[in-house]
Structure formats: structure tokens, C-alpha cells
Design a protein. Structure first.
Length: 573
RNA sequence: GGCGGCGUAGCUCAGUCGGUUAGAGCAUCGGAAUCAUAAUCCGAGUGUCCGGGGUUCGAGUCCCUGCGCCGCUACCA
């Protein structure tokens, strides 16, 4: 049995959950966790919200409430959204909770005392009206290169050039619109160059990481690590634990990953075993796996391991960081500010969470950015789920009820059938590589197993669909509606095979569609508690219970409605 | 500007170490079947693998170059 600790990147609490979050770091993690639970591994799944930072603080000011109110609101709503998608974290915390504050401050202190933090003084823009230091992004002005208006402090969108905020002409605060003053401030920096050798040695042991992740890291390392500020001047954040440092807080991305630890502590406490978190975080046998979007790679593979390694307690370092790329929407980059996304809350008003799980799994941005379109959503549900899988289940069960008194019995040759090459005629020699060398159904099942292990959810989906196609073909070839008339046992054989195939699919598909598979199993009177190894355990018979369609088709009008809603823009923000 | 990635069928995408006639699903066309939610099954066509050059017995794959798109570029989080 393996011990695994899985995390999804903490989500920024300035809005509810959208499908980009789901595709980037939640669904893939949940599928991996569910698969491992079926295997019987000791696995916990931890996450939460990242509650601090300027955007939340500004939003709070606009609404005239405390930032904590905003963070708590979205934390709650996200939890609900995750529930609606059957994404089951063992704990969903938030970084504004007291425990997290204490742990983060200790982390800072330990790093400082170990000699890896330097203090520096620098000049920065300051908005006097809002009494706030301004991040580069919150300053606007005239670009010093192309002289056009509306350049931000970090970059000019017109000419694309990077800008040193201090060189902006006629700078003004994006928050108040007023001219900012330049003010001296002090910050603490993590001395990353001092970690370089250690990091390179550690990363050399991670050859099994995904290529996109390794590329990203190497580009950082090869540019040369520099010191990086881990504090900010803000009123909404974790105060740094030093004398005379009022208004200085930890930079959110310093404290956010620490949230994985504090969230695990919260989980342990809720379980009534406050030290249980140590069993995971302090045991070198634990595999720590961070699921996240590509934008988070450097934080989790450079800064986070560096910080972890200098604590007093022997924390484990990440075992794997299977980062996903981004999900686009109808061919365009998703953007919350342009309201170009699909909010889970909106989605759930119209469709079942399982359907989104399926579509995002089938089209996950595993190796490169992928595109979500409503038309594709409809196609995948109607074809893959409704027509191919749903119909296989329906025709099998209805047939058994109608012609075989609702029951089929195990046949002698069942193992042989599962070892026969039942699918090759539909494929030619140049099928995708993961279809090659598939001799029989057990090979396909092994392929699915391996795909889940390696976070290759798309491949798992393709192989499961291949199984359902085999079922439909077998049904057509054997023609039980003909054989039933002269040879009852022959029809029994066909239907037992199809039932057994569906039973195996109900296990194989559970990590992706747990509720739909539960429904499928219920129709077959199969138990809810099962494990991965049950795939091989053929029952003596199947008694079919009440039958209803597993899925239903999505009409064109429903899709048109979603496209309209997308154009209008959601109002849930 | 620098670094990295991407560009394959009408669409969404696979293509392992360089190896035979470049693949899947959807869409399209033709056929079969009638157990099933008109759901299924079989068959067929479709390609300047972004352009150009190079290495090689052999290139979608490796190298150079041009074009287009995207990400990162350390103070967005």
C-alpha cells in the first residue's frame, strides 16, 4: 500500500470556481485520488482558497466590507461548486484561518534564522488616497517607448515592451486615478541563488516529471535565479513576525503552499487526531503530489521546495508536480475580467456535474492548451455517453428483462471471450500507439490502469470508449434477438458477456464519473463498495433491477442557450 | 527584446527511439441490422503534417531559417 498526499493548487478567493480551475487542477486530482482509493492506497486530498492579496483587498473596499468577508464568501461558494462536481477533497481550508497564520509565520522565521532571507530597501509607487503601495500592474501611464496611453507598470500592451514602472510618463494609480508618490519601503527577499546547487541536484532525480514541467523549470534555472521578495506592503495578509514591521505581510505565494500543510492540520484536528498530519508530511515514504496549472510551476518546483527544506521539521518535498496547461473557451483565452468563462455555479443550473467531468477529462489540457466548446460538449455527451455507453447498457438490460426473465448466468467461455481479439477488425495498422499491441480486453484494461497511474486521463477515456464499442459490436455480431428464438443459452452467453463488460466498465469509469457509474451498478444490483481488483472477479449471475436511461441527449436549443449566456456574460460575480 | 511551447483531415486532437501505404473520435457519403433512448454495426473518401532549406538509405518526428499563434519574462495571483 502506498501513502500519497494529493493537493490541488489553492484557488484565489476573488471569485467563484470556473471550468478553468476544474480542468487545471481539481478534476485531474480528484480522478487520481478516486483511482488510488479504489486501489486501496492510503491517500488524502487537500486544498483550499488563497485568501490574501491586493485584488481581494480592493474588491472589499469597493463593496465596503472587510476582505475576510470576500474570502469567506468565495471559499464557501467554491466548496459548494466542488461538491456539485463530485470533487471530494478531504479538507478544503482557507489561508485566512488562524492556524495557517501561525504556521506561515513559523516558516518565515525558520527560513530567516537559517540565513536564507535578506532585507532590502527600495523605492515604490504609493497611492496616498488609498494609503497603499502599488504593484506595477496597478499603475498606468504613458509608455516611455511608444508614447501611447494606457501602458501598465509592467508592460505596454500597445508595443509589447516591458517597462520599468519608474520610467512611466505621467503615472497614475489605477485604483484612485491619482498621481502616486514615490516612497521608500523595506522588503524581505528569499535568497534563491543560494539554493541553486541544491535545487539542481534535487531536480536531477525528477526525470519522470512531465516534459512541460521540466522545460519550464529549466528555463528559470538557466536564466539564473535571483533574490525574490516574499513580503508586501498591504493591510490584508499575514503579518510578518518581526518587531516594528507594521503593514508588512507575507507575499501570498510564499504562504499559499504552506496552506497545504495547515489544511492537513485542520483535517487532522477535525478527525480528533491532531498529530495525524505528521504521518504524511514528515514521513519520507509519502508521495506528495501537487496538481496545478502551468502558471504555478515555478512556485511549486523552485521556491516551495527551497522553503520546505529549511524548516526545523523534516518536511517531505514534492514527489511529482503534474501540471496541466490551460483550457481555452470557444477558441479564446479564458478571462475573468472579460467575463469569458463558464462558472461552475452557472453550469450546474443547467447540467449534471458528471457530464462536465466527462468532457473535461476527455479533452483535458494535459500536454498542451485545449479548447472547450459547447458544441463539442453536446457532441461528446450525445455520442460517447448517450449513444455508445448509454445505449449499450440500455439494450443489454432491456433485452435481459424482456427475453431472459431479468437474469443472465455465468458461462463457461467467459474468460476466453475476454481474452479474444474482439476489436481489431475495426482498427488498422496505423491506429494510435496506445491501441497498438492490444491483444485482448485485458490488455485494454491494463492500459486504462496505467493511464490513470500516469495522469493520462484522456487516454483512459479513449480506452474505456473502445471497450463500449466492443460491446456494441459484439451485440450486433451475435444477434441475440435471432438466437433467442432457437437457442436460449446462446443468447444468455451474449448478454452475460455484455453485462460483465458493463460491470467492468462501471469500475473503470468510476474515477471519472462516480455518480453515473453508481447508477449503472444499481441497475445491475451491484454493491456500492468495491475495489479495483474486483474487475477480475466474475459473478455467477446478473439480476437486472429497474432500468432507466443512464444519460439523456442534449438538445441543440440547450446549447444555443449556453452560447447566448456566454455572450451576455454571467452576472454571478 | 530574451526564454519556452505550439502549427497534423472540415472540427477537436493522438502520433513512443527517425522506419512500411500518416491515425482516432466527431462531421460527410454508402450499406447492413431492427434487441435498444433513431440508439447500433460495417464500409468509403478526405491531408502541401505552416512555408523554405539541411542531415539521413529513410523526416510529421532531428538541425537551420521564415511566417503565424500562445505562455513566461521574477511586483498578477
Amino acid at each position: 500500500m502506498e501513502k500519497i498526499l494529493v493537493t490541488s493548487a489553492l484557488t484565489y478567493a476573488n471569485g467563484p470556481l470556473h471550468i478553468g480551475h476544474v480542468a487545471g487542477s481539481y478534476l485531474n486530482a480528484d480522478i487520481f485520488v478516486r483511482y488510488n482509493k479504489l486501489l486501496g492506497n492510503d491517500i488524502i486530498y487537500i486544498g483550499g482558497t488563497d485568501d490574501y492579496g491586493t485584488p481581494i483587498s480592493i474588491k472589499a473596499e469597493e463593496e465596503g466590507v472587510k476582505p475576510r468577508v470576500i474570502a469567506e464568501r468565495y471559499n464557501k461558494r467554491m466548496k459548494k461548486d466542488l461538491d456539485g462536481l463530485n470533487i471530494q477533497l478531504d479538507n478544503f481550508s482557507g489561508t485566512s484561518r488562524p492556524r495557517h497564520i501561525k504556521v506561515s509565520q513559523d516558516f518565515f522565521t525558520n527560513l530567516l534564522e537559517a540565513g536564507y532571507v535578506n532585507k532590502k530597501t527600495l523605492n515604490q509607487f504609493y497611492d496616498e488616497k488609498h494609503k497603499r503601495f502599488l504593484a506595477d500592474r496597478y499603475i498606468e501611464g504613458i509608455c516611455p517607448h511608444c508614447k501611447s496611453e494606457g501602458a501598465r507598470g509592467d508592460q505596454c500592451d500597445k508595443c509589447g515592451k516591458l517597462i520599468d514602472a519608474m520610467s512611466l510618463i505621467e503615472p497614475r494609480s489605477k485604483i484612485s486615478g491619482e498621481k502616486p508618490i514615490i516612497k521608500e519601503t523595506t522588503h524581505w527577499y528569499i535568497n534563491l541563488p543560494k539554493f541553486e546547487k541544491q535545487l539542481r541536484e534535487w531536480l536531477a532525480t525528477k526525470k519522470y516529471w512531465k516534459d512541460n514541467v521540466l522545460n519550464f523549470i529549466m528555463s528559470w534555472l538557466n536564466e539564473g535565479l535571483i533574490e525574490r521578495a516574499i513580503t508586501r506592503d498591504l493591510n490584508w495578509g499575514i503579518p510578518i513576525p518581526l518587531e516594528n514591521t507594521k503593514g508588512k505581510v507575507l507575499y501570498v505565494w510564499f504562504d499559499a503552499p504552506i496552506g497545504y500543510i495547515s489544511s492537513t492540520m485542520e483535517w487532522a484536528e477535525k478527525k480528533g487526531q491532531p498529530d495525524l498530519w505528521k504521518k504524511y508530511w514528515l514521513d519520507p515514504e509519502t508521495k506528495l503530489i501537487h496538481f496545478l496549472g502551468k502558471d504555478n510551476i515555478p512556485f511549486h518546483t523552485i521556491i516551495w521546495p527551497a522553503v520546505l527544506s529549511k524548516q526545523k521539521e523534516p518536511f517531505i518535498l514534492p514527489y511529482d508536480v503534474p501540471a496541466n496547461e490551460f483550457l481555452n473557451l470557444e477558441g479564446q483565452k479564458m478571462s475573468t475580467s472579460r467575463n469569458w468563462t463558464v462558472w461552475v455555479e452557472d453550469y450546474l443550473k443547467y447540467f449534471d456535474g458528471e457530464l462536465l467531468r466527462y468532457v473535461l477529462a476527455a479533452n483535458a489540457p494535459e500536454t498542451k492548451d485545449s479548447d472547450f466548446t459547447w458544441k463539442d460538449f453536446q457532441n461528446k455527451i450525445n455520442n460517447d455517453l448517450n449513444n455508445v455507453l448509454g445505449n449499450l447498457a440500455n439494450r443489454t438490460f432491456i433485452f435481459i428483462k424482456k427475453y431472459l426473465n431479468g437474469k443472465v448466468n455465468k458461462t463457461e467461455n467467459i474468460d476466453k471471450l475476454f481474452a479474444e481479439n474482439l476489436f481489431s477488425s475495426g482498427l488498422n495498422n496505423n491506429t494510435p500507439f496506445y491501441f497498438d499491441n492490444l491483444e485482448d480486453i485485458s490488455d485494454i484494461i491494463n492500459g486504462i490502469d496505467e493511464s490513470y497511474k500516469k495522469y493520462k486521463v484522456r487516454r483512459a477515456v479513449q480506452l474505456i470508449l473502445l471497450l463500449t464499442r466492443i460491446g456494441n459490436r459484439y451485440f450486433d455480431i451475435e444477434k441475440p434477438w435471432v438466437t433467442i428464438k432457437k437457442n436460449r443459452s446462446e443468447a444468455n452467453e451474449t448478454l452475460f458477456f455484455c453485462s460483465e463488460l458493463l460491470r467492468r466498465i462501471s469500475i473503470l469509469f468510476t474515477p471519472i464519473m462516480p455518480e453515473a457509474m453508481k447508477k449503472l451498478r444499481k441497475m445491475m444490483n451491484l454493491a456500492d463498495d468495491f475495489e479495483w481488483d474486483d474487475i477480475k472477479k466474475v459473478p455467477e449471475s446478473f439480476k437486472i433491477g429497474e432500468v432507466s436511461p443512464l444519460f439523456k441527449k442534449i438538445e441543440d436549443a440547450e446549447i444555443e442557450k449556453q452560447l447566448e449566456l456566454l455572450k451576455e456574460g454571467s452576472e454571478i460575480l
